[in-house]
Design a binder for this molecule. Structure first.
Ligand code: ZN
Length: 145
């Protein structure tokens, strides 16, 4: 797919302006927070588990458009998936931003591809990865249970 900078910018802005699943979850099973000091981004992630499945996920936070849009896309793309499936998505996403990996997500997750342009701005990669690193930590905690 041709990289469409303009379209991707719009997708990111849309998630920033109307984020998905952005709210505090009082009755969550797991909660993890992360901070990106270089930009001042803060993210909290809340998860409800049903067996080994993420039955519900939400986030809350403040920060730049990249960090907040990325968190919104994250919640959208991992809801309803097993921890193993989620780990695979996280791996692909990090691969896309850190290792020049191919951006090949399922259709439902194609919004994630809009963040591949962030690679061209190394200081923003941390912004895009904040929520994903936070989720990775949370999964680590989930597996200990
Ligand atoms: Zn940021």
């Amino acid at each position: 797919m041709e990289y469409d900078d303009e379209l991707y910018r719009e997708i990111i802005l849309e998630h920033y302006k109307s984020p998905k699943n952005k709210h505090v979850m009082e009755d969550c099973h797991l909660h993890e927070g992360g901070v990106n000091r270089s930009c001042g981004d803060e993210i909290e992630i809340y998860v409800k588990l049903d067996g080994d499945k993420i039955s519900d996920i939400s986030f809350d936070g403040v920060g730049c458009s990249i960090s907040q849009a990325s968190a919104s896309m994250l919640t959208d793309s991992v809801k309803g998936k097993t921890l193993e499936e989620v780990e695979s998505v996280v791996g692909k996403f990090k691969n896309m931003l850190l290792e020049d990996g191919e951006a090949d997500f399922d259709n439902e997750m194609s919004d994630l591809e809009s963040l591949q342009g962030v690679k061209n701005y190394p200081v923003r990669v941390k912004c895009a990865l904040l929520s994903w690193n936070t989720l990775e930590q949370l999964i680590g905690e989930a597996k200990k249970k």
